[in-house]
Ligand binder design. Structure first.
Ligand code: G6P
Length: 614
């Protein structure tokens, strides 16, 4: 979390930094700040709040400087306030630094520096880093580039940093470990630095992704120089960006979240295209084909993920067990890494992550790798840390997801995991051709079905109007719909701040039923399929306690319609594909409730899109 940007070039820096920070604001929005050099002086402007607040702090006279750095913060060490906002400066005020990550041993370094007379203004770990760089530079009499490298060899933790020195307006120093950082190289020796490519795409397509423990110098006279932490020179690998500018703009919608909900027919189609061949009846996924033997023989699959991606993992558990008959364990990455998990070299670990940067998921991957498992990534962001840390994988083609609450990434993840499960089932010879062909055809019809569900928006909005003031909500589902109940509840919590719980419908009687009264909306996924009758009984149990039922039903349903207070009809599909269709009204419901409550759906309080800290 935290977004960082830097610019060095021929044009004024201000607009580039502000625009870049706005694009990265999804990474954190507790405070914003920038630093630049003007008339040989280092100027720092920063404040609690969002990028728009920073613009107010700078005022109408915009800096003309051609070098600068900017930061948008998701607070870890120290509350969100003006002082803790980045950039942070060295004691003599000559160096400014922005940072995304956590310096784990900052307390001991801080104590040592204080013993040597350093005075700190903030509670952040970042300020310790800039003082350490200053200390090393003064003690060793070395360049800033070298001082940064030496200082970083003393720190533990994660960082992506950009350092600006007032005595050199032609140079920025950049470094990374476990936090993302990309350098864009413009046509006229212009350099762009950012946490991801979105602030860069408008200016250049040529980028270099820095590797962990690399330190880079971008210099208008000498260009780009990279060394590793041991001071060995590294050759920059320049890649071409495939991202399109339109993909990261709102395109006429009021929010990124609403745009992304409506993009699902296309993102689902993009995640299927080129993989499913109805003529041959085969699914082509290189990450599976290249490791065919491993997939055929693996006794077990472990899935690691966080948040919404973990919910996609739960759906995958049902899919793998149902289609491929492989035992699956789905783990929160943060729990997995801190137990002493049993991982066999024959295991396959699937890591699911939209951003490809989630620190806990990355750490779980490293652990499983050490134990010899094959690691398969399901990521949305091309070139992200997780996609590079895995042995193989399959991208979701959802396009950039900017709204903090994940929507289109979830459905794309399930679609990709679906194809993996089918492909593995085929390779293992445990699924009939007839079933595969039928499911593949059903999968192909999803974009149209999702399009159809999006047309129920007005009904969902009207239901949201009725329940916008509720303070609790319960989501129920069975089988494939249980993970959807969890995801629906998470969406409502995240963006409207209403307490919501997802439960397996049958478990309701073991606790949550005590909460039900006439004020409690209970959202039930009650589509036709294996557990339909059982869910109908659960609905009756809720009605007997005067709970308000909002049911997601299969089109044409009569039974549930007769009991529920509200119904939203979705097209008929195979049980295994219901999660992809039934989650759409739940996304829309939370969106409308949040908007009616005046919440910022794209940037909910306290959350960040990309969680690069443990
Ligand atoms: C954050 C986001 C969630 C996301 C989770 C995992 O908490 O707010 O929307 O599901 O991280 O992120 P990942 O990028 O690994 O899928």
């Amino acid at each position: 979390m935290c977004g960082i940007v830097g610019y060095l070039g021929n044009e004024p820096v201000y607009e580039k930094v502000i625009k870049g920070l706005s694009r990265l604001e999804y990474r954190g929005y507790d405070s914003a700040g920038m630093a630049y050099i003007e008339d040989g002086e280092l100027v720092v402007k920063k404040c609690k709040g969002k990028v728009v607040d920073l613009e107010n702090v700078v005022g109408s006279v915009k800096p003309l400087s051609h070098i600068g750095i900017g930061h948008t913060r998701w607070a870890t060490h120290g509350v969100p306030n003006d002082v803790n906002a980045h950039p942070h400066c060295s004691g003599d005020g000559s160096i400014a630094l922005i940072h995304n990550g956590i310096i784990e041993n900052y307390a001991s370094i801080k104590q040592e520096l204080m013993n040597r007379g350093h005075v700190f203004l903030s509670d952040t770990d970042t300020e310790v880093l800039v003082h350490l760089i200053e200390d090393v530079r003064n003690a060793e009499k070395v360049s800033l580039f070298e001082a940064v490298r030496l200082a970083l060899s003393e720190v533990h933790g994660a960082y992506a940093i950009v350092v600006l020195d007032k005595s050199n307006a032609d140079q920025l120093i950049v470094a990374k470990k476990s936090s993302p950082l990309v350098i864009g190289i413009g046509a006229q020796d212009d350099f762009y630095i950012a946490s991801d490519a979105t602030p860069i795409i408008e200016y250049t397509k040529n980028v270099v992704y820095l590797n962990d423990e690399e330190v880079a110098r971008v210099d208008r006279k000498t260009g780009l120089t990279i060394v590793n932490i041991d001071n060995q020179s590294q050759t920059p690998y320049i890649q071409a960006l495939e991202l399109k500018l339109e993909a990261i703009e709102k395109g006429g919608y009021d929010s990124f979240m609403l745009k992304e909900i409506h993009e699902q027919p296309r993102s689902i189609e993009d995640s299927i295209r080129g993989r499913v061949n109805l003529k041959t009846g085969l699914i082509k996924m290189s990450g599976i084909d290249e490791h065919e033997e491993r997939w055929k023989t693996a006794p077990r699959i472990l899935i690691v993920a966080c948040g919404t991606s973990w919910h996609a993992g739960l759906v995958a558990e049902y899919l793998f067990e149902d289609f491929a008959r492989i035992p699956v364990e789905v783990e929160y990455a943060s729990e997995f890494r801190y137990r002493n998990p049993i991982i066999y070299p024959t295991d396959i670990v699937i890591a699911i992550s939209q951003s490809g940067e989630t620190a806990d998921t990355l750490a779980a991957i490293e652990l499983a790798k050490e134990r010899g498992a094959l690691i398969f990534g399901v990521c949305n962001v091309v070139g992200s840390s997780i996609s590079r840390a895995t042995h193989c994988g399959a991208y979701t083609h959802a396009g950039p997801e900017i709204g903090v609450a994940s929507t289109k990434a979830f459905t794309a993840q399930v679609v990709v995991l679906y194809q993996i499960a089918l492909s593995v089932a085929q390779k293992r010879g445990v699924i009939s051709n007839e079933r595969t062909t039928r499911l593949m055809a059903e999968l192909g019809s999803l974009p149209l079905k999702v399009e159809q569900v999006l047309k129920t928006n007005a009904i969902t909005e009207a239901i949201a109007e009725i329940y916008q003031h509720c303070s609790n909500a319960l989501y129920l589902g069975r089988g494939y719909s249980f993970p959807v109940a969890l995801e629906g509840a998470l969406k409502l919590k995240e963006i409207s701040y209403i307490h919501a719980e997802g439960y397996p419908a049958a478990e309701m009687k073991h606790g949550p039923i005590a909460l039900i009264d006439e004020n409690m909306p209970v959202i039930v996924i009650a589509t036709e399929g294996a557990s339909y009758e059982k869910v109908v009984s659960n609905i009756q149990e809720v009605k007997a306690r005067k709970g308000q039922i909002i049911a997601i039903v299969t089109e044409g349903d009569k039974t549930v319609k007769g009991m529920a207070d509200h119904v939203i009809e979705i097209p008929r599909t195979d049980d295994s594909l219901v999660p992809i269709v039934s989650v759409i009204p739940l996304q829309l419901f939370s969106y409308h409730v949040a908007i009616m409550r005046g919440c910022n759906v794209d940037q909910p309080r306290n959350l960040a899109k990309s969680v690069t800290v443990e």
